[in-house]
Design a protein around this ligand. Structure first.
Ligand code: ADE
Length: 227
């Protein structure tokens, strides 16, 4: 998979992809992540990428030209499954969307900034708008980082233990069961006996029950539509 991110603040995305699973996934050739500075595509002599909104109003608007040129430059080299725009107006990102995106070959993520992009970018160039939650960020870069993290870990080969992505919270619309590690008894705080029993069937049953109970208690909304 290849992910191209377009931003006016590339510095914000210098670090998030350079560590842990995301770094390994890139080192192993599972994914390529490229961050592009939209300013590099501006034809303005001051590399301007924004302008005042017609009819006034507070805040600057990202202009079409550098964005269209950046997208066209990328599209001239390969086909893209989706051109995503990060925006609080978009459909709210979740595990289902992460799964869907993890199957794509190439995607572009355009990070919104200032007051957002000229509406014509959204009308003519964007195929999908995604929000990471009902709150407003100063820009779409953090949203892009969150999405890329959630997507990349689902690509086969990204995780050393591939089954662990399948047992995540939300993968079956259930939260994960609790996990424990050594010591089995810390100052009287004990690990449930069943986990020390060595009985795989009982352990599996316990985990499933815990997952259901936890979901019912913490996120009953996830169970709507379940038996
Ligand atoms: N840009 C600003 N707020 C955002 C959000 N909640 N999700 C995605 N992009 C954003």
């Amino acid at each position: 998979m290849r992910i191209d991110i377009l931003t006016v603040v590339p510095e914000l995305l210098e670090s998030p992809f350079k560590h842990s699973i995301l770094k390994r996934a890139q080192d192993n050739g599972v994914v390529e992540i490229h961050v592009h500075n939209i300013r590099d595509f501006s034809t303005d002599k001051h590399r301007k990428v924004d302008d005042y909104a017609f009819s006034g109003g507070a805040g600057m608007v990202m202009t079409i030209q550098p964005i269209e040129d950046a997208i066209n430059h990328l599209k001239s080299q390969r086909d893209y499954d989706e051109v995503i725009y990060t925006s609080p107006d978009g459909e709210v990102f979740n595990q289902r969307i992460a799964n869907q995106c993890s199957l794509y070959k190439n995607i572009i993520i355009l990070c919104g900034h200032y007051k957002g992009v000229d509406q014509r970018v959204r009308d003519y160039l964007i195929t999908r708008e995604i929000s990471i939650g009902d709150y407003v960020l100063t820009g779409g870069e953090m949203a892009a980082a969150v999405m890329v993290d959630a997507i990349v870990r689902l690509i086969p080969g990204a995780m050393s233990d591939e089954t662990s992505a399948l047992t995540d919270s939300f993968q079956d619309n259930l939260l994960s069961p609790p996990v424990y590690t050594r010591p089995a008894d810390y100052k009287g705080w004990k690990v449930p006996d069943v986990l020390l029993s060595g009985n795989d069937r009982q352990v599996d049953e316990w985990k499933e029950k815990q997952a259901w109970e936890r979901t019912k208690r913490l996120r009953p909304d996830l169970l709507e539509g379940h038996e």
